[in-house]
Design a binder for this molecule. Structure first.
Ligand code: AMP
Length: 281
């Protein structure tokens, strides 16, 4: 597996592959990789001739007071995991390689979509995500890019950006990978102490309970949200940021399950903000 730190190195490598007629998959990440990330690499390796993963903690998607400085990093571990899963190229740029000092261009969706759910407490987050993913698309020029359904709003926003900006890139969403006890895998789980780790199970418990209600035929989204909220509120260490039902494509709030509906939540466990979700039809 090749490690590239400059944009030019990536371009040279991909150019060579394209000359040979090979297809290229991209897996964008912020590193500190776990089996959730690995599942995206597996999906890409299966689907594409060559796989590129990026490991870049993107400063433009962190707001003031968020965890940019403390975000966990372990590049040696990431390289090992990527190599084991058959990744061909890892792009690990410095911030200065991705953003020149006077960079002033952003990619931003101007509808309400990025203002819903996580956008309420993270107003600049999706502008940063769209900007960095757009740059990665321009640098890597993949045929297919893989994103986790764990970040369901991000996945919906990337699909919208790709459509609006006419990127000729297929976006593939991959299922949420969980710990054995149900907790969605996340680099941020490392922030949790032992008591918080136990308390964090209220997110997946709420997801599973909501999912069961929907599967059993409940169509009233507010009833499902109430059941989910009760489970989280029963946990003393948990503080709800949001538990919401939205249209799976537009992210507009809904009260009934009529089409593709996303039930999503963000919950603080102590100081750590965790997210989880499920979709119902
Ligand atoms: P991150 O490094 O947190 O920015 O995540 C990089 C990619 O991995 C995103 O597309 C995430 O949605 C995806 N991802 C993170 N955690 C999981 C998980 N538990 N299951 C599936 N995909 C995940």
């Amino acid at each position: 597996m090749k490690i590239a730190v400059t944009i030019n190195e990536v371009r040279e490598c991909v150019k060579e592959w394209k000359k040979q007629g090979l297809t290229v998959g991209l897996v964008p990440t912020m590193g500190y990789l776990h089996e959730g990330h690995a599942s995206l690499v597996d999906a890409s390796v299966k689907r594409c001739d060559r796989t590129v993963a990026s490991v870049f903690v993107n400063p433009t998607q962190f707001g003031p007071g968020e965890d940019l400085e403390t975000y966990p990093r372990d590049f040696d571990h990431d390289v090992k995991l990527l190599e084991e899963h058959g990744c061909d190229l890892v792009f690990h740029p410095e911030v200065s390689e991705m953003y020149s000092e006077n960079a002033a261009t952003f990619v931003e969706i101007l509808s309400d979509m990025p203002k819903q759910l996580c956008g309420k407490t993270r107003p600049i987050h999706f502008r940063g995500v769209c900007t960095v993913v757009s740059k990665l698309f321009n640098i890597v020029t993949p045929d297919v890019a893989f994103f986790g359904q764990k970040d369901a709003q991000q996945l919906a926003i990337i699909k919208k950006m790709v459509k609006d900006m006419s990127y000729g890139i297929e976006i593939v969403g991959c299922p949420i990978v969980r710990e054995a006890d149900g907790l969605a895998k996340s680099s941020r789980n490392t922030y949790l102490n032992a008591d918080e780790r136990k308390a964090a199970l209220c997110l997946s418990k709420a997801v599973f309970a909501g999912q069961k209600l929907a599967e059993d035929g409940e169509r009233d989204a507010d009833k499902i949200l109430k059941a989910m909220t009760d489970i989280i509120n029963a946990e003393p260490l948990a503080k709800i940021d949001y538990v919401s039902a939205v249209d799976g494509i537009t992210m507009d709030p809904v009260h009934k399950i009529e089409g593709d509906t996303l039930f999503a939540m963000a919950v603080y466990i102590g100081k750590t903000r965790l997210i989880d979700n499920f979709s119902a039809q």
